[in-house]
Write a protein that binds this ligand. Structure first.
Ligand code: HEC
Length: 135
């Protein structure tokens, strides 16, 4: 049980920052409150991040994700970007924090039909993607 809890803050921040970064169209992040308020779940609830969360998440994103998602684009599959609209049209929609956390645990194809943990970094596939192992 305990094991699970360790990575949760990390993943939350990672997921959250993915969103903020893509909303901001890459690097020029203006850290006002409106920018740091992001959708929490599908019901439309929101949460406001702290500057520390954004800073930490940005660092983690740059270390772990940007090799493939530099600036929110997806290198090996440019049809699937991390922009809010693209995320909203995935199955299930990935344009909120809960759905992004879920993706970090169990990534699926854009149409939701396949689990792709062996191809995409995730907690589940941390043996293949050691950066995802933060115990
Ligand atoms: C090895 C390259 C690679 C790395 C590293 C990587 N991704 Fe991805 N990511 C992809 C590819 C390719 C896809 C498209 C998968 C598909 O075909 O559905 C994708 C898709 C996604 C999606 C789904 C987008 C959508 O609209 O459905 C999210 C969210 C995502 N990545 C977040 C992340 C995060 C956060 C990280 C860092 C922890 C990360 N990715 C690291 C290659 C990568």
């Amino acid at each position: 049980m305990h094991k699970k809890i360790y990575w949760l803050p990390l993943v939350t921040v990672l997921a959250v920052t993915t969103f903020v970064i893509t909303m901001q169209n890459a690097y020029a992040i203006d850290l006002d409150e409106a920018t740091m308020t992001v959708p929490l779940d599908q019901s439309g609830q929101t949460t406001t991040l702290t500057p520390e969360q954004v800073k930490r998440g940005k660092r983690l994103f740059n270390n772990t994700c940007s090799q493939c998602h530099n600036g929110g684009i997806t290198k090996t599959n440019p049809n699937i970007g991390l922009d809010p609209e693209g995320l909203s049209l995935a199955t299930p929609p990935r344009d909120n924090i809960e759905a992004l956390i879920d993706y970090m645990k169990n990534p699926t194809s854009y149409d939701g039909a396949e689990e792709i943990a062996e191809l995409h970094p995730s907690i589940k596939s941390a043996e293949i993607f050691p950066k995802m192992d933060h115990r």
